[in-house]
Design a protein around this ligand. Structure first.
Ligand code: ZN
Length: 443
C-alpha cells in the first residue's frame, strides 16, 4: 500500500528544469495535493511564476507547537538514460531497494513524512502539533520562486521549527542529525593577454602567456600543505568545538571509505585536521574549471589571447560570501602579473548554516531518531554541501531547520540508478510520527 503510493509518485517525470515536462510537473503537484487532502489535511496548490507550491495543514490550535515540514516533488533529469538498469520513471523493487529517479531525492523522503501523518491521523484522529507541509517544485533548479513565496505567505507559514528530510545518513542504519551546512561563494576570473591568439614562435618570450599567468595566480590560492593562502580568509572561521571533533572521530566513516568512494590515489587537505573536519568544519577554495588555448588533437604553437578559471569557495560559520569574495578579489588583483589584464566576475553565494543540536528542538529531534532507529546512537554531523533554502527559511521566517536525512551514501541521487531502500522509507514513516510527538513535548 505504502509502496504502491510511492511508485505512483515516482512515475511522474517531474523534471523541473525541462520545459517539455512542465505538464508532468503540474500533474505531480495535483496528485500530491489530492493525497494530502485524502488523509484529511487542508491542501492547496499555489501557482508561482515557475512551478507550483503545494501547501497543506491540519487545523491549528493555540498552545501547541507549529511544525513546518519542507520537501520537494521535482526531480533531476534522468540522463544518461542508457546507464540505468531499469527505466528511471518506471520504479522497480530489487532486493528490498526501490530504483527510480526521485526515489531518495526527494519523493521517497517527503512521502514518508506524509504517510507518517496519515498513520497518526488514522490511529489517533489528530496530530500532536499544528502542522504545515510546504512542498515545492523548483528545488532542483535553485528554488527560484520560493523566497518570494515565503515572504508573500509569511503569516500563514509562521512556525516554531522546520523539519526537512533531504540530507544523508552517515552509514546504513545510523540515524543522522545534520546540524550544519557549508555555504558557497562563486567567482570567475579571466586573464587577458594580446588582442588575438599569437604565433608562439614569433611572439613567445616577449609577450606574457595568459595561461601561464593564470596557473601562477591559481597556485597562490593555497600553501603546499593545503591551507588557503588568501589573506584574512580564516579570520571569521568559527573553530571546531571539542565535542564535535570528539564525536566525529567515532563515526563509522573513515579515510578508507572516502578513498574507496572517490577512487583518489590518496587523500589531501588542510594540515592539522581529519578528513571529516576538512569536509564539514573547514572552508575551502576550489578550482572547478580551467581553460584557454588550444584543446584539440595534435600540436598548435599558439600563445593564447586569454585563459579563464571558475572558482568556488565552501564557507563555514561565520564567513559570508560577500566578505570572502572581497578578500579573494583583492588577493587576485594584488597577485596578478602586470603584463596581463584581469577580469573578475562574481557568481552566486549562499551563507553557511549551523544550529545547536543540543537546543530544545535539537534534543527532541535526537529522541525522535533514537525511537525510529532503536538501539542506535545518533550521529551528529555537518555536511560539506549547501542547501540555500535553509538560510532563506531562517532569514524570512526566522526559524531553525532540523535536517533529518534518510539518504544513504550510495543512493545515486542525481545520477543513474537512483535508489532508496524500503527499510529507509519505512523508517521515515516512523520517524515522522516520533518527531511530531517529541516536538509536541517541547511545548
Ligand atoms: Zn536533489
Amino acid at each position: 500500500m505504502h509502496l504502491d503510493l510511492l511508485f505512483d509518485f515516482l512515475r511522474f517525470p517531474s523534471v523541473s528544469t525541462d520545459p517539455a515536462r512542465k505538464g508532468a510537473v503540474a500533474s505531480c503537484a495535483d496528485w500530491l495535493r489530492s493525497r494530502l487532502a485524502e488523509i484529511g489535511l487542508d491542501a492547496a496548490i499555489h501557482p508561482t511564476e515557475g512551478h507550483p507550491v503545494v501547501l497543506a495543514r491540519n487545523e491549528h490550535r493555540p498552545g501547541r507547537r507549529t511544525v513546518l515540514i519542507y520537501g520537494h516533488y521535482d526531480v533531476q533529469p534522468e540522463d544518461p538514460v542508457a546507464e540505468w538498469t531499469s527505466k528511471p520513471f518506471e520504479p522497480e523493487l530489487r532486493n528490498g531497494v526501490i530504483y527510480a529517479r526521485g526515489a531518495t531525492d526527494n519523493k521517497g523522503q517527503i512521502l514518508a513524512h506524509i504517510l507518517g501523518v496519515a498513520e497518526t491521523l488514522k490511529a489517533k484522529g489528530e496530530l500532536p502539533v499544528n502542522l504545515i507541509f510546504l512542498i515545492e517544485g523548483e528545488e532542483e533548479i535553485g528554488s527560484t520562486h520560493l523566497e518570494a513565496f515565503l515572504a508573500e505567505h509569511k503569516s500563514e507559514l509562521q512556525c516554531d521549527v522546520i523539519a526537512v528530510s533531504d540530507t544523508g545518513m552517515v552509514a546504513p542504519g545510523v540515524p543522522t542529525f545534520t546540524y550544519g551546512l557549508r555555504g558557497i561563494a562563486a567567482l570567475e576570473l579571466r586573464v587577458a593577454g594580446p588582442k588575438t591568439d599569437l604565433h608562439s614562435g614569433i611572439y613567445g618570450g616577449a609577450v606574457m602567456n595568459p595561461a601561464t599567468a593564470l596557473a601562477r595566480l591559481l597556485a597562490t590560492l593555497h600553501t603546499a600543505d593545503g591551507q588557503v593562502a588568501i589573506p584574512g580568509f580564516y579570520e571569521k572561521v568559527r573553530p571546531l568545538e571539542a565535542w564535535e571533533r570528539e564525536s566525529w572521530s567515532k563515526l563509522p566513516c573513515d579515510d578508507e571509505m572516502i578513498l574507496s568512494v572517490t577512487g583518489a590515489p590518496a587523500l589531501f587537505g588542510e594540515a592539522g585536521y581529519t578528513s571529516l573536519e576538512r569536509l564539514w568544519g573547514r572552508p575551502t577554495a576550489e578550482v572547478n574549471g580551467i581553460g584557454g588555448g588550444f584543446q584539440g588533437v595534435g600540436t598548435k604553437t599558439v600563445l593564447p589571447r586569454e585563459a579563464f578559471a571558475k572558482l568556488t569557495f565552501r564557507l563555514v560559520p561565520d564567513q559570508t560570501p560577500d566578505e570572502v569574495l572581497d578578500g579573494v578579489s583583492a588577493h587576485l588583483r594584488a597577485a596578478s602579473p602586470a603584463a596581463v589584464g584581469l577580469e573578475i566576475q562574481r557568481g552566486h553565494g549562499g551563507e553557511p548554516y549551523i544550529t545547536d543540536p543540543h537546543s530544545e528542538f535539537g534534543k527532541a529531534a535526537q529522541r525522535a531518531l533514537v525511537r525510529a532507529f532503536p538501539g542506535k546512537d545518533v550521529a551528529l554531523i555537518r555536511e560539506g554541501g549547501s542547501i540555500p533554502i535553509i538560510n532563506t527559511f531562517k532569514r524570512v521566517l526566522g526559524v531553525d531547520t532540523l535536517l533529518l536525512g534518510l539518504a544513504l551514501p550510495d543512493c545515486a541521487a542525481h545520477g543513474p540508478n537512483e535508489n532508496f531502500p524500503v527499510a529507509n522509507f519505512e523508517a521515515g514513516i516512523l520517524l515522522n510520527q516520533t518527531l511530531l510527538e517529541e516536538l509536541a513535548r517541547t511545548a
